[in-house]
Ligand binder design. Structure first.
Ligand SMILES: [Zn+2]
Length: 131
């Protein structure tokens, strides 16, 4: 069996991953302009200030888009086919790339979703289910 690829955890994104381990989806917000985003970075992608704080999301959002994979991007995902990769916009504003834990034919643009943190290969992963 092929090992599942795991994320590279760095000092910059570590609060995101440890938040998921603690049952909380965290995102970054700029103290200068109020912008909120994911994934983690050292400065605000809008104004480039480094006044960055971590905040907890309520874990609710909506589906912006998705694709369905019929060929596995990695051999360890072959038994999941077909699977979706979606963009979810959190109610707080940040967007993240994720999976929706629902059959592909039940997905819809603007569909409300709620976070479902799943443990896989010793990493907590933020996925979403229909709300
Ligand atoms: Zn900013």
């Amino acid at each position: 069996m092929t090992e599942i690829p795991t994320p590279a955890i760095t000092p910059i994104n570590q609060p995101y991953w440890s938040g998921l381990d603690e049952g909380e989806l965290r995102y970054q917000r700029c103290g200068a302009c109020g912008n909120a985003w994911l994934p983690a970075r050292e400065e605000c992608p809008r104004c480039l200030e480094d006044d960055v704080t971590w905040q907890a999301s309520a874990g609710r959002g909506r589906i912006i888009s998705w694709v369905v994979y019929h060929q596995a991007v990695h051999p360890s995902f072959a038994d999941r086919l077909p699977y979706n990769v979606a963009i979810v916009e959190l109610d707080e504003g940040p967007r993240l790339i994720t999976n929706i834990t629902a059959p592909v034919d039940e997905l819809a643009i603007e569909q409300p979703v709620v976070i479902r943190i799943e443990r896989e290969a010793d990493v907590s992963i933020a996925r979403f289910a229909p709300a």
